[in-house]
Design a protein around this ligand. Sequence first.
Ligand SMILES: [Ca+2]
Length: 292
Amino acid sequence: MVAASLLEQQALAQPAQLAPIERDLAHINQLLNAHQFEQQALSLQAGRVRGRHEEWRFRSVYQPIYALEANGSQRLWSVEALARVTDGFGGQLIPTVLFAAETSPRRSVFLDRQLRCLHLLNFLLQHPPADLVLSLNVNAQHLVNVSETHGQFFAEVLQYLQIPASQICLEVVEDAVSDPMRLYEAVQRYRSLGFKIALDDFGQGASNLERVWLLEPDYVKLDKVLMRHALMRPSVRDKLARLVDILHLHGAKVVGEGIESAMQLDIARAAGCDFVQGFHLARPGEQLNLPV
Ligand SMILES: [Ca+2]
């Protein structure tokens, strides 16, 4: 009797569960198809959405970002979506290499949009709580290639899926764009659409505080190189705390990236970081790693 009623429930539930995602996929594929690169860029395989372009295959993994609570505990605040790319022979490819190999701006825009849709759909498939933020990396070249309509495509996708833009944090790398005003305009546009903005990999390369003042990001992600220096050299820890103070003064919350040990977690906490991310806390995985 119980078994029969379970089967009945499944029989009733299956079409209702499958139909919306397939409908969503068809709609988003249609939007992506405007680029005329792939008819069916996204497809459902074994309960997950997969992406494709020519010989490349894409899937999503997510790395949790935790809020450091005053009582010493950590709370899941966001997941950063990362792409796993394989070529036609099953070899792994780093996504940045894929983008670096792309010479056509049109194709970069298509790939960037496809990956964001892929990550969003795989996120939604796992029924995340409404307060879990999805962090998405924006390819720097994308910022240069798309002009005044920054964020419009993705805002339309979100509207269709009924997800508020405020649940999405867009991570941008400031020193990858040579023209700061171009970056500023893109960020302003994203913000006007309701997205949260994070400045990614801060502290590496040519990143500087002046751009933080210009962009006024909601979050600044301290690069793992900074966290590594702080671990190796105690003198850097005071400077790290001062840097976090300055970022706080300008209204940004601070994420310590690359937390690979308990000691680095202590350093991040002592420096006043609001959030932490790294292998010591959780590795990227297909599951969102939601607390049970
Ligand atoms: Ca990132």
